[in-house]
Design a protein. Structure first.
Length: 195
């Protein structure tokens, strides 16, 4: 079988190709005219405590950070700034511009491949993480800016509970809506968005 000639690429040609790929990757970033993947509507004013940039929601109501029952579904609504005084997010509609899924430990570090593949439960004392969160992240854009910038809604639960090793998964849309309660409406373009 004849050998095909392989072109000799110079370092500058490889650099240009790599740069083109990097710039092309930025092309998908959501812009103001990009269609949304759905909307998150806030029905009443939401107070963000002083020196914080997030509010936790569980069982349909706001809960303080240390009162979250982490094995049950909960969401974290995040804004763009931390201020020494409380901030009020006014009712409104936020466009969902991206939806992503991740698996992370309590420290926010991605869970190792062995943790995901083996799906083992850690009881402490071994090298596995004690908390594994299956997170769904909605990146938000406000249609009208009237107050603090809404950045993300992250919904999750600690899936590393005894007896749950083979059932680890991301939250369903129904579980996310139950965590949010009546204060929010989450509407997704299901043809474009996977939950």
């Amino acid at each position: 079988m004849p050998r095909l000639p392989i072109p000799n690429l110079s370092r500058s040609a490889l650099t240009i190709a790599a740069l083109a790929m990097l710039l092309g990757a930025c092309n998908h970033l959501p812009g103001p005219d990009e269609p949304s993947l759905g909307t998150l509507q806030l029905h009443s004013a939401l107070i963000v405590e002083p020196d914080a940039a997030s509010v936790r929601l569980q069982y349909g109501r706001v809960v303080v950070r240390n009162a979250v029952q982490e094995q049950d579904p909960f969401c974290v609504f995040e804004i763009g700034s931390v201020l020494p005084q409380s901030q009020t997010v006014q009712p409104g509609v936020f466009r969902i511009v991206t939806v992503s899924h991740s698996i992370e430990t309590i420290a926010g570090i991605p869970a190792s491949a062995s943790s995901r593949l083996n799906r083992r439960v850690s009881y402490g004392g071994d090298s596995g993480p004690t908390n594994i969160y299956y997170k769904t992240t909605f990146r938000l854009r406000a249609n009208l800016t009237d107050g603090p910038e809404a950045r993300t809604l992250v919904c999750m639960s600690d899936q590393n509970a005894p007896g749950n090793a083979n059932l680890m998964r991301h939250l369903t849309l129904a579980e996310i809506r139950a965590a949010l309660g009546d204060g929010f409406s989450l509407n997704l373009e299901t043809s474009q968005t996977r939950i």
